[in-house]
Design a binder for this molecule. Structure first.
Ligand code: BGP
Length: 467
């Protein structure tokens, strides 16, 4: 018998900027990524999402493939500037129509939509007007956008999440400088992150005030950190890494407060986050209904008094990056016994079971969706077929890891591999593939089912029994 509950949801995920294209179609406004990806040296070989895989124009064909795959749910994000070209105010009805038709098409095929409100494409107008996430004004703007989405789509959509991977868009936007707005200013970053938590709380509050019949969650990176040795220094470094990467992002949305020790450290070092009157109550009173977990890898952590900064492997040449370090706090180091992808991400399915266990231990038995999980690889084409056996192996092992967490009592309700279709990887171009469906960039973006497509079809049809 399957360990997955009868109503477990099998799906897959994407995000607007990575699949849609139609970057200036039908009144869409400019996003921060539209601008950033065109600046020299920002992305792998200058790739961008202008056309992406043209899902904007081909969504019916894509939904037909989802239905053929047997998907029961589809996680996608809304492009804020497609609905509100200036970020607030005037609504672009053509943008509303696109998502409305997409939702109807999904429902027609019995596929439950899960909407992500923010998967990193900010209206550039708000960046220019007040610095985007840096300013408290973003909280009202985000609430206006969220309310618009609830109002127009809330009658048909039950599963919502506010933000995708705050650690990434804030960390890379404000601390490492690899995402827009390209800053390396921790003080601004910590305050911007606070505004994200406030925006989340306000959007959760509005969701409840508007009595939307559904659940609203927050999606975080799930990255377990393990010490490279048993030494007290490495264990302490690991505790700090786990605090920054995990507790800082989960506590405010699941407990309504920051982790106390880290909060004190941040306020002492940088004088932020600054709390305005009412912030504490807002966070406390609006915790989310579920948590979305994006799991790809774990990190091994060591004590660090030498390494500062990092370099990302964006080429898929093993070993071309340099590990991340914050001098005086911790550094990420390679596991000598680890198995790594071509982008130097450790493949470690057990980490998914372990990390879900840690979440349950700290936050109680909350509803969980695995909102992303997948293998980025350059898939070989053999005799005209896309052979992605390594992806099948990766997904199988991780589905088993989720099964193990369920057996241990975790309330995992759904699984969304990343990604439904090959799409743009933010900094790694189109050669880092994740999909069940291949897109031929030399043949008018024709879709083609991969080997993994038939495999996942069976997994879904047997509720995870046949892996
Ligand atoms: C997550 C993002 C996704 C996706 C994925 C794979 O961080 O939420 O949007 O891109 O990671 O990452 P990458 O494309 O860098 O391989």
């Amino acid at each position: 018998m399957s360990v997955f509950p009868k109503d477990f949801l099998w799906g897959a995920a994407t995000a607007s900027y990575q699949v849609e294209g139609g970057h200036d179609a039908d009144g869409k406004g400019l996003s921060n990524w539209d601008l950033f990806s065109h600046l020299p040296g920002t992305t792998y070989q200058g790739t961008n999402g202008d056309v992406a895989v043209d899902h904007y124009h081909r969504f019916r064909e894509d939904v037909a493939l989802m239905a053929e795959l047997g998907m029961q749910t589809y996680r996608f994000s809304i492009s804020w500037p497609r609905l509100l070209p200036q970020g607030r105010g005037e609504v672009n009805e053509a943008g509303i129509r696109f998502y409305s038709e997409l939702i109807d098409e999904l429902l027609k095929h019995n596929i439950k939509p899960m909407i992500t409100l923010y998967h990193w494409d900010l209206p550039q107008a708000l960046q220019e007007q007040f610095g985007g996430w840096e300013s408290r004004e973003i909280v009202d703007a985000f609430d206006e956008y969220a309310r618009l989405c609830y109002q127009r789509f809330g009658d048909r959509v039950e599963l919502w999440s506010t933000f995708n991977e705050t650690i990434v868009f804030i960390g890379m936007g404000y601390i490492t400088g690899a995402h827009p707005p390209r800053l390396t200013d921790p003080k601004k970053g910590i305050q911007a992150c606070h505004h994200v938590f406030l925006a989340n709380a306000r959007a959760v509050k509005s969701f409840r005030e508007m009595r939307i019949d559904g659940q609203i969650g927050f999606v975080n990176v799930l990255q377990p950190n393990d010490p490279i040795s048993d030494s007290p220094q490495d264990r302490r470094a690991c505790e700090i890494a786990e605090g920054i990467f995990t507790h800082w992002l989960y506590d405010p949305v699941l407990k309504g407060e920051y982790p106390a020790e880290l909060l004190a450290m941040a306020q002492q070092a940088f004088g932020v986050p600054y709390f305005a009157p009412g912030d504490e109550e807002l966070l406390k009173q609006n915790i989310v209904d579920f948590i979305g977990l994006n799991y790809y890898k774990r990190e091994m952590v060591a004590h660090n008094d030498d390494v500062d900064g990092y370099a990302i492997n964006t080429s898929g040449q093993k070993g071309s990056g340099r590990e991340l370090g914050f001098k005086g706090l911790f550094k990420q180091v390679r596991n000598p016994n680890g198995v790594y992808t071509d982008w130097d991400w450790e493949v470690y399915p057990q980490g998914l079971t372990d990390a879900i266990g840690r979440i349950v231990k700290r936050y109680g038995n909350i509803p969980i969706y695995i909102t992303e999980n997948g293998l980025g690889a350059k898939d070989p084409i053999v005799d005209g077929e896309v052979r992605d056996q390594p992806r099948i192996d990766y997904l199988r092992d991780h589905i088993q890891a989720i099964g193990a967490a369920i057996e241990q009592g975790a309330d995992v309700r759904g699984y969304y591999p990343w990604s439904f279709i090959d799409l743009l990887s933010w900094l790694n171009g189109y050669q880092k593939q994740y999909g069940f469906v291949y897109v031929d960039h030399n043949d008018n973006l024709a879709r083609k089912k991969k080997q993994s497509f038939g495999w996942y079809q069976r997994v879904i049809a047997t509720n995870g029994e046949q892996l």
